[in-house]
Design a protein around this ligand. Structure first.
Ligand SMILES: Cc1cc2nc3c(=O)[nH]c(=O)nc-3n(C[C@H](O)[C@H](O)[C@H](O)COP(=O)(O)OP(=O)(O)OC[C@H]3O[C@@H](n4cnc5c(N)ncnc54)[C@H](O)[C@@H]3O)c2cc1C
Length: 382
């Protein structure tokens, strides 16, 4: 049962964006800018976005040499280098749009710990500088073994540290909050608690079925174009994209630590599978998914106790051996992974576009992918 006003005004939109994570919000913002007279509605299934965007660790990173080497084995150096440049441009876009203070951005630099047995990573520094030099104008990575000793890591465990001054850290909560505000300022509508159950093309429109739990009714929104930005959950609405798989990431945060042996920065090791940073006086550590790949390929938001213990052991024995570490908070988030770890922005049917870019690096990629989403959306506008 709907009123005439609901049907005529509220349950229709020129553009519907499904998914209120970073990519959905950036896509809505880009659509607002390009198509200012259009009614744009973002549908997010949860009250707070319920995927990766509010649960990530805020690394504003173009990537590491170790991660690039591993990825290049799959898709080739040129594609990985191009992705790193996209990440750099995407991070610049965040800062231009909102300014560093609003994002809680800290230009702290990135550090990759090169562990025993990873000589190839050190040896590849020059090659990746060469691949990025033209776009970034100078060398990005610097091999600095002296830092490992300065910070108290033994030579037996940490060979070297690769420094990357382009990386920084941001406050994920602030970033999402300012992005939501900006989308609203531009006139789009954000509906939270609005899970989309199906998206079907009809004549000249798309029918978007969205469940309203409070009213216990299914809403049918008639949209001119739909942009699906639901990341790991894309296959629920676009079954032929079943190759996107969920990948859960585990994180823990210590209580304040009195002595901080290494400076503020974004830290990675083991090809980006582990990451840590200071959040105020607390140390955040996440990752280790490669230890339990199958278990972590799940849609269940739950802590993995053995992975959490593994992270805690690492913290105590490797990162902060001189401290009595207390864990204050633990959480997880769910990413979407494609087999080649490359983003996808494409038409997936009449008046339907998909934006997918996660693969663990969506923060940096979202603004540029969003602009591609908006361009494809425009192809269906008349
Ligand atoms: C632990 C962890 C750490 C990370 N750290 C970093 C980092 O430091 N730097 C970095 O760049 N990236 C990081 N990432 C990855 C980054 O968070 C993601 O790449 C990014 O958030 C992806 O944004 P998204 O909008 O594509 O997806 P999501 O954030 O997953 O958003 C998808 C949204 O769609 C909604 N949705 C799903 N289905 C429906 C439906 N049917 N109807 C309506 N809404 C729906 C979900 O609720 C969700 O809010 C991390 C991820 C995790 C999990």
């Amino acid at each position: 049962m709907f009123s005439v006003w609901e049907r005529s005004e509220l349950l229709s939109a020129d553009i519907v964006v499904v998914g209120g994570g970073i990519l959905g919000l950036w896509s809505a913002l880009e659509c607002c800018r390009r198509y200012p007279q259009r009614r744009i509605v973002v549908l997010e299934r949860a009250v707070l976005p319920w995927g990766a965007s509010t649960r990530n660790v805020g690394f504003a990173t173009i990537g590491t040499v170790g991660e690039a080497l591993a990825h290049a084995q799959q898709v080739g150096e040129e594609r990985v280098a191009a992705l790193m440049v996209e990440r750099w441009l995407g991070l610049r876009r965040w800062r231009q749009e909102f300014g560093e203070p609003a994002l809680g951005y800290e230009p702290v630099g990135g550090y990759e710990l090169v562990l025993a047995g990873e000589e190839t990573v050190r040896a590849a520094v020059e090659r990746w500088n060469e691949l990025l030099r033209e776009a970034l104008g100078e060398d990005v990575f610097r091999d600095s073994p002296e830092l490992a000793r300065q910070w108290g890591f033994s030579e037996e465990h940490v060979y070297s540290v690769i420094v990357n001054p382009y990386d920084g850290a941001l406050n994920t909560g602030k970033a999402i909050a300012v992005l939501q505000q900006r989308v609203l300022q531009h006139g789009a509508v954000l509906w939270s608690g609005a899970p989309v159950e199906a998206v079907e093309p009809t004549v000249g429109k798309v029918s978007v079925a969205c469940w309203d739990a409070a009213a216990k009714r299914l809403l049918e929104i008639r949209a001119g174009v739909v942009a699906i930005c639901t990341n790991a959950w894309i296959p629920q609405l676009v079954p032929h994209m079943g190759y996107i798989r969920p990948a859960r990431g585990q994180v823990l945060l210590t209580a304040p630590v009195a002595r901080q042996p290494f400076p503020r920065g974004t830290y990675h090791f083991r090809a980006g599978y582990y990451y840590f940073r200071w959040v105020g006086q607390r140390l955040l550590l996440g990752g280790g998914r490669q230890q339990a790949m199958q278990e972590e390929e799940t849609y269940e938001f739950a802590l993995n106790s053995s992975l959490q213990s593994h992270l805690q052991d690492l913290l105590q024995t490797f990162l902060l051996p001189a401290e009595e570490v207390v864990i204050e908070q633990r959480w997880c988030g769910i990413m979407g992974m494609s087999p080649d770890r490359l983003p996808r922005v494409e038409h997936v049917g009449e008046r339907m576009v998909v934006g997918f870019g996660c693969n663990g690096m969506g923060l940096a990629l979202a603004p540029r992918l969003a602009s591609q989403v908006a361009a494809l959306v425009g192809e269906w506008m008349n």
